[in-house]
Design a protein around this ligand. Structure first.
Ligand code: NDP
Length: 322
């Protein structure tokens, strides 16, 4: 078991974690990134990414994350496959345990992301990226003039159903109760949109299709009627779970578990500990916004350490030209 004191440790390797690593490595802070259970984050389970700037033809999610990692590695970022299990923020340098590694860090950036909730249907996982999606903003464009279904009854579901009508010819909104949880204004948008048909008291039993989604099996939980509904896209909008469990004892979280930061910043209530990306963002949840907040966290960590008297490390051999 190795123990060492790092200038900065970054937990998570999605766009927020990689961008934080890029900035801190270029500031000679020699970051170590603990990649977590899903190295590369949520984009590694999507296919085409058309909304990350700089890629006129789009780019595959896994390819984008590989490119980010290669870019930060170029500046000396160290990566570890371990997942953070616990931290002790009552002492400084802060202590952490990640798999077989224990160590100390003068600053921490939490970029552990969030996971979209899925229904756990038999064929749901197999068809992820082939018609099953948890991000209408990312994938809606691919459903021009097609029929799609959205499951959920909250603001996300209402927003995604409305958004999808820009592309799809028809959007079914599948709601398990006889009312929406979404705010009144979002409900009005749904009800006033001719392309959206709400199916009340409707639950999904499975997703259909060999290679791509061809439909879903739905059940009316009042009448018991079961039928197949033809669609080529199936969008989940039943909420996200932020990966904040390891930090909850120390930083503030909201009722869902999102880490609470000072507005317009990434600072948590613990000085020297910063949060970036989807673990602190329930609103935008985009790769580009996550990357932006990763940059903010890196700059804030660097400035915080400077204020504490931290001096940039001398440039290491091989990095003189950076
Ligand atoms: P919510 O937790 O608010 O809603 C989840 C929805 O999914 C509920 O309608 C719930 O049904 C339904 N659901 C949960 N599990 C299942 C299941 N197994 N089967 C079927 N349906 C299920 O999550 P959201 O992502 O919608 O919103 C999260 C937060 O973000 C909220 O505070 C929301 O206001 C906010 N938000 C704001 C937006 C905006 O202002 N533009 C846009 C998006 C989100 P039930 O109602 O029966 O529990």
């Amino acid at each position: 078991m190795s123990e060492s004191v790092h200038e900065v440790v970054i937990f998570g390797s999605g766009p927020a974690g990689h961008t934080a690593a890029l900035y801190t490595s270029r500031a000679n802070m020699e970051p170590i990134v603990f990649e977590g259970v899903q190295p590369g984050g949520q984009l590694t389970i999507t296919t085409d990414v058309d909304n990350f700037p700089g890629f006129p033809e789009g780019i595959m999610g896994p390819e984008l994350m590989e490119a980010m990692k290669a870019q930060t590695t170029r500046f000396g970022t160290e990566y570890s496959y371990e997942t953070v299990e616990s931290v002790d923020l009552s002492q400084w340098p802060f202590a952490f345990k990640a798999g077989q590694k224990e160590g100390f860090a003068k600053s921490m950036i939490i970029a552990t992301g969030a996971v979209a909730k899925y229904l756990g249907l038999p064929n749901e996982h197999r068809l992820k990226g082939y018609g099953v999606s948890a991000c209408a903003t990312c994938d809606g464009f691919f459903y021009k003039d097609q029929v799609v279904a959205v499951v959920g009854g909250g603001d996300s579901a209402a927003e995604e159903a409305t958004f999808l009508t820009k592309f799809a010819s028809k959007v079914y909104l599948l709601v398990r109760r006889s009312e929406l949880r979404a705010s009144k204004i979002m409900q009005e948008r749904v009800f006033n949109n001719d392309k959206v048909e709400v199916l009340w008291n409707t639950e999904v039993d499975d997703v259909l299709g060999d290679k791509d989604v061809t439909g879903i099996k739905i059940r009316n939980n009042k009448s018991g009627e079961v039928k197949d509904l033809a669609c080529t896209g199936f969008f989940l909008a039943i909420g996200h779970t932020p990966n904040s469990a390891a930090f909850k004892e120390w930083v503030d979280t909201d009722e869902v578990g999102y880490i609470v930061c000072t507005p317009d910043s990434t600072t948590t209530k613990v000085p020297g500990v910063f949060a970036a990306g989807d673990v602190k963002d329930s609103v935008y949840r985009q790769a580009v916004t996550a990357a932006g907040s990763g940059c903010m966290a890196a700059l804030e960590a660097e400035r915080w350490l400077e204020a504490k008297g931290y001096q940039s490390l001398p440039r290491r051999e091989g990095f003189e030209s950076l």
